[in-house]
Design a protein around this ligand. Structure first.
Ligand SMILES: CC(C)(COP(=O)(O)OP(=O)(O)OC[C@H]1O[C@@H](n2cnc3c(N)ncnc32)[C@H](O)[C@@H]1OP(=O)(O)O)[C@@H](O)C(=O)NCCC(=O)NCCS
Length: 244
């Protein structure tokens, strides 16, 4: 039987919002597209050192407008991915599922008994940018061709960015979210064949999450990088996942 162009996304019958549900025992956790109403929750997580001090990307100090800018940026990508699926579905709903360049669902939410949900975090899969490479020219020489490769090219190197609210860390949620995203979306719907991730040397929890998902440690890149948050990064672990 042909699969929907949206497979394996489901749709909330009330709001019509697409979502991907994590498997048991985390079926109360779903991934959805970003919402314009997420600003206050994102601002709150990005103001918590148990989250921001482990991340290199977000500005510091984080202001509410940073969250608004972030949402409008990632919402554009999610909307574009959904539009590709909508067009493919309208053109020929029975055709084999098309490849898309992004995952339209990335916001981690906990669904409560009354059906409402709370924003817990973010998990994104995007093309690798080699943030551990401190030589700008060397970084560009890796990054540019990686961005130019056509979707579906098995040589594309992808990476993950992720965080979850301090209140929900250590419950196994990110391990399952990463597993679900790789196997339910990244491989079948984005054609992902290899993923490279970096974690700060001291971020044993993040490293463990990736290792539990089949990522293999490659090396530790030494560095002396002072983040605006005050963290001094002395090294980044590099790990790889490759499709069998
Ligand atoms: C890192 C992070 C994403 C992990 O998500 P999570 O949902 O808490 O992870 P899980 O509960 O699925 O798994 C964590 C694993 O790391 C282990 N772990 C956590 N802290 C650890 C530590 N200090 N030393 C060793 N292992 C540790 C846990 O025991 C668990 O492994 P286990 O299942 O074998 O027991 C989350 O803690 C987070 O958002 N941190 C702040 C932002 C961040 O670091 N993002 C990643 C940037 S690379």
């Amino acid at each position: 039987m042909p699969q929907s162009q949206y497979h394996p996304l489901q749709f909330n019958p009330q709001t019509k919002e697409p979502f991907l549900r994590l498997p048991s025992p985390h079926e109360h956790i779903i991934l959805t597209p970003p919402r314009t109403s997420d600003g206050p929750a994102i601002f709150s997580h990005m103001s918590d050192p148990r989250v921001y001090s482990w991340l290199e990307g977000p500005p510091f100090p984080y202001r509410p407008e940073h969250a608004e800018q972030w949402i409008s940026m990632i919402k554009k990508d999610a909307d574009a991915a959904l539009e590709v699926l909508r067009i493919a579905s309208e053109a020929d709903p029975d055709a084999p599922p098309v490849l898309v360049s992004a995952c339209p669902v990335r916001c981690i939410r906990e669904v409560r008994d009354d059906g409402s949900d709370i924003f817990l975090g973010d998990i994104a899969i995007l093309r690798e940018r080699w943030p551990d490479e401190s030589d700008e020219d060397a970084q560009k020489a890796l990054k540019d061709p990686n961005y130019e490769r056509p979707l579906g090219d098995p040589e594309i190197v992808w990476c993950f960015g992720d965080y979850i609210a301090a209140s929900h860390q250590g419950r196994g949620i990110m391990s399952v979210a990463i597993r679900t995203l790789i196997h339910e979306w990244a491989v079948p719907r984005m054609g992902v064949r290899q993923i490279r991730v970096e974690t700060f040397e001291e971020n044993l929890g993040s490293r463990r999450v990736f290792e539990k998902n089949g990522f293999v440690y490659e090396k530790t890149t030494p560095m002396e990088r002072k983040l605006e948050s005050g963290r001094l990064v002395k090294g980044m672990h590099i790990l790889w996942w490759k499709a069998q």
